[in-house]
Design a protein around this ligand. Structure first.
Ligand SMILES: NC(=O)c1ccc[n+]([C@@H]2O[C@H](COP(=O)([O-])OP(=O)(O)OC[C@H]3O[C@@H](n4cnc5c(N)ncnc54)[C@H](OP(=O)(O)O)[C@@H]3O)[C@@H](O)[C@H]2O)c1
Length: 200
């Protein structure tokens, strides 16, 4: 099974870790302050989640990144080339307290993000719902909570689609980063914050 690392242990990083922990899937959680600052956090999430350094998290087969937009360059600086490993972009180009959209030069945020992770196969996912909906049980209202994903590499998307399925969500492939990333972009796209449920 693919190993998983998480860079960013805030609301969304912890929510993703909680979703993994529910299925006893191992992952290494990291932040800017080092593993010792995460001792209580990982203990509260569950035994499959361990604290590690940013470098340890970035060395895994699948690297989930959830960091404030303006801090992404520092959070991803100096890491080795990803050499084809998968990086999940859960980020949105806006942040508290001003909530002023970042200037993306007319590009989709995931395409800007991809330049920060050389060699990675980027999949956009887990960015459109509030953290409690990512962390909570996806079996809801008699159906499955919907998660969107998009990317330019079919095999990477298939792997993340399978992970989303394993976590109990209903995944919908939105296509390429240029198209799917735009649909799910916050702010700007039509899909963010939509809490959809798929019924059989
Ligand atoms: N909150 C939401 O509703 C939501 C929903 C969907 C997507 N998102 C997106 O997810 C991303 C994270 O949001 P959040 O709400 O989880 O933010 P957050 O609660 O503020 O957490 C940000 C995390 O990034 C870490 N970080 C900052 N600089 C770092 C560095 N240089 N190296 C390693 N880690 C670093 C912080 O670690 P330290 O605390 O140690 O500095 C912290 O764990 C954002 O792009 C946001 O747009 C958020």
């Amino acid at each position: 099974m693919s190993t998983i690392g998480i860079i960013g242990a805030g609301h969304i990083g912890r929510a993703f870790a909680t979703a993994l922990a529910r299925h006893n899937i191992p992952a290494t959680l990291s932040n800017s302050r080092g593993p010792e600052s995460l001792t209580e956090t990982v203990a509260a999430i569950g035994p499959s989640i361990t604290a590690g350094t940013r470098e340890e998290a970035a060395s895994k087969d699948i690297v989930f990144v959830a960091v404030n937009w303006s801090k992404l360059p520092a959070a991803l600086a100096g890491l080795p080339d990803f050499e084809g490993r998968i990086v999940i972009d859960a980020n949105n180009p806006i942040e508290a307290p001003l909530f002023k959209p970042a200037d993306l030069g007319g590009r989709v945020s995931s395409q800007v993000f991809a330049e920060l992770v050389p060699g990675a196969r980027v999949v956009k996912a887990f960015n459109h719902l509030a953290p409690p909906l990512v962390a909570g049980d996806p079996a809801t209202e008699g159906g499955k909570r919907v998660l969107f994903y998009s990317g330019d590499d079919a095999a990477a998307k298939a792997e993340i689609g399978a992970l989303i399925d394993r976590l109990g969500f209903f995944g919908i492939d939105l296509g390429s980063l240029a198209i799917g990333g735009q649909l799910v972009q916050f702010p700007g796209g039509p899909l963010p914050a939509l809490n959809l449920v798929k019924f059989d």
